[in-house]
Design a protein around this ligand. Structure first.
Ligand code: NCD
Length: 323
């Protein structure tokens, strides 16, 4: 299935029915989603919503906890007039032993046009795409990818900075367990940014030397001259064993605090995907800094990006399964 975009200056094809990984996007495709999402930011601010998903069914299949991601997909789908069904693990037939596979093909057979999947296992969204007729959006799969988070972070940044070409973005903290970091690094580099990482050696993944990033041993070092400091949450739920000697030490070396912000460029921005462990990966005052913190801009951008992605995928023919 090939979707042809009518663009103001040129036409190109978006050949994928799913959004599983930012790696599958080329720069033109990423920029197209971002420019569509930028218009939706304005529409959302003006409460001017287009019913471009009327008659479509969007299924939210979250097998892992979520606040921002789930609610923003729900809002984006409902604002565009879709029928939304939300699958919750608790209260479902999973407790009777039904498999993930059977659950997904059941949702597909109900005629879901788009299935938004979050799962603790890397590769879960890909598996759903292999076995259903629906378009699949990966809303986070284990420590693998979180493509719409990277797109919303890019939208937040381009709204503030314009082009990201040559901008220095420092990502701090638990890179090893972070799907946000993986998707962000790929997309930021695709958009021309330079990415630095600040993390203890135990929280860096194997193979990081192949990622085209500069690695630093403290946030303060990595912050020098940066345009943006991005904190990552410590992903306790994905750790088995001790990865940091003490929270105090971790905070001293890797938290984004006043000193790190002062070392960055004047007017540098600070980001966090949420949920925040206040006082661990980011100092309270920095998270709430009205000038520097983009945390709530990220939330707003999340609704806009998810609207753009759902509408892009929703322009395919409907899932032919009987209602
Ligand atoms: C992120 C996630 O779930 O991967 N949060 C989010 O989607 N807003 C980051 C995190 O949980 O730390």
């Amino acid at each position: 299935m090939v979707i042809t975009w009518a663009m103001s200056s040129s036409a190109y094809t978006f050949a994928q029915p799913h959004l599983i990984s930012v790696r599958a996007l080329n720069r033109l495709e990423a920029e197209h989603i971002l420019s569509d999402a930028a218009e939706r930011l304005t529409e959302n601010a003006n409460r001017d919503h287009k019913a471009s998903l009327a008659g479509k069914t969007v299924c939210l299949a979250f097998f892992e906890d979520s606040t921002r991601t789930r609610l923003s997909f729900e809002l984006a789908a409902k604002r565009q007039g879709a029928d939304v069904i939300a699958f919750a693990e608790t209260g479902s037939s999973l407790s009777k032993g039904e498999s993930f596979y059977d659950t997904m093909v059941t949702l597909d057979a109900m005629g879901a046009d788009i299935i938004v999947v979050r799962h603790r296992a890397a590769g879960a969204a890909y598996m759903v795409a292999q076995h259903t007729r629906a378009s699949v959006v990966n809303a986070g799969d284990g420590a693998h990818e979180h493509p719409t988070q990277a797109l919303l972070d890019a939208l937040t940044l381009t709204s503030k900075l314009g082009s990201l070409e040559g901008k220095i973005i420092t990502i701090c903290g638990d890179v090893r367990h972070s799907r946000v970091a993986r998707s962000n690094i790929t997309l930021l580099q695709l958009l021309g940014a330079r990415v630095r990482l600040a993390a203890p050696a135990t929280l860096l993944p194997k193979g990081v030397s192949q990622w085209g990033v500069e690695v630093y041993g403290s946030t303060l070092e990595a912050a020098k001259g940066a345009d943006v400091l991005m904190a990552l949450r410590i992903q306790n739920e994905r750790m088995d064993g001790e990865f940091v000697p003490s929270v105090r030490e971790y905070r001293q070396l890797f938290a984004i605090d006043e000193a790190a912000l002062a070392a960055a460029k004047p007017d540098a921005y600070v980001m966090h995907p949420g949920p925040i462990n206040r006082g661990v990966e980011i100092a309270d005052a920095i998270a709430d800094d009205a000038q520097a913190s983009l945390v709530l801009d990220q939330v707003r951008a999340g609704v806009a990006v998810r609207s753009a992605v759902l509408s892009l995928l929703g322009s395919r023919p409907s899932n032919g399964a009987p209602p």
